[in-house]
Design a protein around this ligand. Sequence first.
Ligand SMILES: *Cc1c(COP(=O)(O)O)cnc(C)c1O
Length: 339
Amino acid sequence: MDNIDLRSDTVTQPTPAMREAMARAIVGDDVYGEDPTVNALQERLAADLGFEAGLWCATGTQANLVGMMAHCQRGDEYIVGMDAHTYKYEGGGAAVLGSVQPQPIPQAADGSLPLESVEQAIKPVDPHFARTRLVCLENTWMGRTLAPDYPAAMRALCDRHGLALHLDGARLFNAAIASGLPARKLVEPFDSVSVCLSKGLGAPAGSVLLGSRALIEAARRWRKVVGGGLRQAGILAAAGMHALDHHVEQLADDHARAKLLADSLGDLPGLTVNAQHTNMVFIDVPAPRLAALKQAIADAGIRMSIGYTPSIRMVIHRDIADAGIDRTIETLRTFGAAA
Ligand SMILES: *Cc1c(COP(=O)(O)O)cnc(C)c1O
């Protein structure tokens, strides 16, 4: 029985064609800026998304970290959602490694930071306070897309207060596909953006940070400092390039399968669909039945993300075909109906 791994879209395997592209990649030493494949990927994403420059990083966590460290000095602060990746799921890196203090605030249901809350969180210029320097947003957040006009409103607020604006765009292309807007349009209000190639796009590793030439040069320095200066990284950048060429449009299939899964689970006494957005489905079961759910999905060879978010999370990705969705629906319907 095939394993159906719905824990994350990070579990996607490189395809044979991707592996071939990796094997063929022309490479050089990227610490010297001499890897042509890395350079091509950085330049391509910068041009596509409307930024001056890009920086390939090993992970999204690293791209966000070096971006925040490039924006902020020691003793500065960034305003961020309490459930945002850059605050909650990156080991506190900005504080631990960057001496940058987070100011977390509660997010609205769509992941946005209410403008009034951000305004209230900005500190006066006074030695008592950290210097507010940056706002970090996330799109998609828990699969949800930000409202299309919201980032521009945040941009205006940041301009009024002299703050920079960063987007954790780990799943930016999911947001673009779901909203029908070009990715370039979604990132227009931001000073910097990080984009993951290793999620639904299916590369084995790699994220790219985009920004001004000056910001990217500062981030490049921090990337070396945190141990992220890879040498012949073009082997991995080639996978990212292949993903951009061949896997972006297919994200729509993941979204359609996630919707089918959510729609097929309605009206069960022992299971509630909490939400479905882009490639994610969130479900709840009564706490006393959690152990039974874990057993039922284990017996069916299905894995889900349980315990990291308030609801149980299923993430649909390119290695989940219709048969996997069918088996998941069948397993959960049997479980939910048995309550
Ligand atoms: C996955 C992810 C990242 C980066 O994660 P890495 O595992 O370090 O590549 C950043 N932000 C969000 C929202 C993510 O989902």
